[in-house]
Write a protein that binds this ligand. Structure first.
Ligand SMILES: Cc1cc2nc3c(=O)[nH]c(=O)nc-3n(C[C@H](O)[C@H](O)[C@H](O)COP(=O)(O)OP(=O)(O)OC[C@H]3O[C@@H](n4cnc5c(N)ncnc54)[C@H](O)[C@@H]3O)c2cc1C
Length: 216
């Protein structure tokens, strides 16, 4: 898979060896998460808003209420920065200074486009839903015209993109390796627990396979 071209803005400066621009790494990070943070500026005030997303090829889809400030602002074509982060572990060094975190993250710069064609909007919502829970879209009632009207969908092209990845144990100062301090990594991951059926259900349905086998 090809590479994103690093730009002045996406060049990883500190520890550049941790920077990645290949689509394989970027897609892997985007596809195993479903929460991003969207940064934009309104009248000099920066906002960073957590939200869900879906990806298809080199497009990231965001959606939300047509009344949302984030969606209204972004649909005016203002510059946006979107980040996605996985925390894979806490890195415990022998000195306070060298503590760190194992992570995989992506930073995207760009300008979002309002998706107004009904067909693309419906497809974007399918992609969005399937990104969070693969198999769900065909199982549920599809959006009505009114629901579509109340929903804004934006498409952010993946053009100016960087990924950064830290793996491995602590990197201590040579002199500190003999200190009597536990050092290593506490690995962390998000795991799905037992599904909890809605208390307002009118009939019992078996837990769908896509829920039983849910993994990111
Ligand atoms: C969970 C987590 C915890 C972190 N904790 C710290 C911390 O405590 N202190 C700290 O200084 N740094 C931390 N980092 C790293 C941080 O994200 C930056 O990489 C770091 O601040 C270096 O910035 P810089 O000045 O070199 O680059 P900047 O000038 O800030 O970045 C230049 C460009 O490099 C790219 N880039 C930079 N960082 C990332 C990234 N993480 N993912 C993808 N692209 C990136 C972007 O395109 C950015 O525009 C953490 C990262 C994660 C994911």
């Amino acid at each position: 898979m090809s590479q994103f071209q690093p730009t002045e803005r996406t060049q990883v400066k500190r520890l550049p060896k941790r920077g990645h621009y290949d689509r394989e790494t970027v897609y892997q990070i985007l596809d195993t998460a479903f929460v991003c943070h969207v940064g934009f500026n309104v009248d000099g005030q920066p906002y960073v808003i957590p939200t869900n997303y879906g990806r298809a090829g080199d497009t990231l889809y965001l959606h939300g209420s047509a009344a949302s400030r984030m969606l209204k602002t972004l649909s005016e074509g203002v510059p946006v920065c979107v980040t996605v982060t996985h925390v894979d572990g806490i890195v415990l060094a022998r000195s306070a200074f060298h503590h760190s975190v194992n992570y995989r993250s992506v930073v995207i710069f760009g300008t979002a486009r309002l998706v107004d064609s009904p067909a693309e909007k419906m497809e974007a919502l399918r992609i969005f839903t399937e990104h969070v829970m693969k198999g769900r879209w065909d199982d549920v009632r599809q959006p009505t015209e009114q629901e579509l009207k109340a929903t804004t969908v934006l498409a952010l092209p993946l053009e100016e993109v960087s990924a950064k990845v830290r793996t491995g144990g602590p990197l201590d100062d040579e002199a500190d390796y003999s200190l009597p301090v536990w050092a290593g990594v506490l690995p962390l991951e998000t795991v799905a627990k037992e599904p909890v059926p809605d208390s307002q259900r009118k009939s019992d349905r078996p837990v769908p396979d896509y829920l039983k086998n849910y993994r990111r």
